[in-house]
Design a protein around this ligand. Structure first.
Ligand SMILES: [Fe+2]
Length: 193
């Protein structure tokens, strides 16, 4: 049996994505992730909670979702907050102080996640205001669900804020990035692996 808070998180995320105004490929990619979560429940991962100073932005970021279509998923994420291990990107360079101090990622479903699995990744990224996340790429396609304002770029898309009703889709292998504005940034990512 899956932990109830994890299931509520999945259900609210799926509902937020289902009502988003988004491209068919983003809905298809997210659908793949949720279908796999339905057909298989992975074992609970032995996650030791970890925090970084940038995690002080989590609460204001979650609060920013109040009254938006993302409030339910933000609340569900908030219920998991004390369990998550927030870490810097493995390739982050300590010399880049703004990025080093200004971002953290937590795996919720996936390798070393709250639910251990090798067929998908679901996680969260938090950033302080005015931080750019390193350009990166990965073979799986990816859907981002924004909890706060933020902007995304990929090699086929100019900088875009999807707003509280949109989604961002990155095709497999594409170079992409994201950045915060004047406020904190919080977003969820969904990748069928
Ligand atoms: Fe990515």
């Amino acid at each position: 049996m899956r932990d109830r808070n994890l299931q509520v998180f999945l259900d609210t995320a799926e509902a937020a994505i289902r009502v988003a105004s988004a491209s068919p490929e983003s809905l298809r990619a997210a659908g793949r992730v949720f279908d796999r979560c339905r057909s298989l429940h992975g074992p609970a991962g032995p996650v030791r909670p970890e925090r970084l100073p940038v995690c002080d932005w989590l609460e204001p970021a979650l609060d920013a979702a109040d009254g938006t279509p993302r409030q339910a998923v933000a609340d569900a994420l908030g219920a998991l907050m004390g369990l998550l291990a927030w870490k810097r990107r493995a390739s982050a360079d300590p010399a880049d102080r703004n990025f080093w101090n200004g971002h953290a990622n937590a795996m919720i479903f996936g390798p070393s996640g709250l639910e251990e699995r090798d067929d998908l990744w679901i996680g969260a990224t938090v950033m302080a205001p005015r931080v750019a996340y390193a350009d990166h790429e990965h073979p799986p396609e990816e859907v981002y669900l924004s909890i706060t304002a933020g902007e995304w770029w990929n090699a086929r898309m100019d900088w875009t804020d999807p707003g509280a009703a949109g989604l961002i889709y990155n095709p497999p292998g594409i170079r992409h990035a994201m950045r915060s504005g004047e406020g904190p940034f919080l977003a969820l990512w969904f990748l069928p692996v």
